[in-house]
Design a protein around this ligand. Structure first.
Ligand code: ADP
Ligand code: MG
Ligand code: MG
Length: 253
């Protein structure tokens, strides 16, 4: 049983025009086996939350805490966060030219587990996960994110999720740019990972579409750098009908 706990998190970025506070006191707790959807308008700070938990150097935590099972995540280096059991799938994943998917996965698995996976099992697991995600064998020998289509990037993220077996997974706009078939395949991968590993999932999304396939236990509406409203799955249904308008202050008000 694992718990990711975010308490009164404030985060700033440096811009040309000085320092700008983006997260303004975020509180959130994600436990093993729970799926939390973070929904909100564009620019509300959802990706900033993901980057901050990931330890992206552009984002400065000015106050608040993030802990995983009581351990101070913010004090960990990026690779230590992964070893501790955090998995972050970013909205804009980076290319790692020259490193194949196959090597990348094995290196990551070895780093996270502290030992190399047993080859026979590993090869079988990778093959199975790739088949489940409808990826052809050649994919394993391509450079990470090099020339990947939007859909391939997302599948590659879910492939990592299934093989690396994190305690807590943060998925930022995993649904963006996917057609209905790809969305279903990717969602099934997330659901498989949830079932087999009991991971806690923080699903960041602008649209309610993915929530038809991945059922959230909790929905948090993110507005202007903090959680503005929380509820169960019914809140997502309400957002689907009403949009975010009622959360946005009219200009000049
Ligand atoms: P969301 O993911 O909800 O669309 P983001 O976290 O991407 O929101 O952005 C929140 C706000 O912070 C936006 O106004 C965005 O322009 C600003 N922002 C995010 N990252 C940076 C950055 N690296 N430099 C400057 N501004 C940023
Ligand atoms: Mg955005
Ligand atoms: Mg975003």
């Amino acid at each position: 049983m694992s718990t990711l706990e975010i308490r009164d998190l404030h985060v700033s970025v440096d811009t040309d025009k000085g320092t700008k506070e983006i997260l303004k006191g975020v509180n959130l707790t994600v436990k093993s086996g729970e799926t939390h959807a973070i929904m909100g308008p564009n620019g509300s700070g959802k990706s900033t939350l993901a980057y901050s938990i990931a330890g992206h150097p552009k984002y400065t935590v000015t106050s608040g805490t993030v802990t995983l099972d009581g351990e101070d995540v913010l004090a960990m280096k990026v690779d230590e966060r992964a070893r501790a059991g955090l998995f972050l799938a970013m909205q804009y994943p980076v290319e790692v030219p020259g490193v194949t998917v196959s090597n990348f996965l094995r290196t990551a698995k070895t780093a996270i587990d502290g030992e190399a996976p047993k080859l026979r099992h590993w090869v079988k697991d990778v093959k199975q996960a790739m088949t489940d995600l409808r990826m052809d064998d050649g994919f394993a020998e391509r450079g990470v994110n090099e020339g990947f289509s939007g859909g391939e990037k997302k599948r590659h993220e879910i492939l990592q999720l299934e093989l690396l077996k994190p305690k807590i997974a943060i998925l930022d706009e995993t649904d963006s740019g996917l057609d209905v078939d790809a969305l279903r395949i990717v969602s099934e991968g997330v659901n498989r990972a949830k079932e087999t590993t009991d991971a806690g999932v923080l699903l960041i999304t602008h649209y309610t579409r993915i929530l038809r396939y991945i059922k959230p236990d909790f929905v948090h509406v993110f507005v202007n750098g903090r959680v503005a409203e929380e509820g169960g799955p019914e809140l997502a249904d309400r957002l689907e009908e009403e949009g975010y308008d009622r959360f946005l202050t009219p200009a000049g008000a």
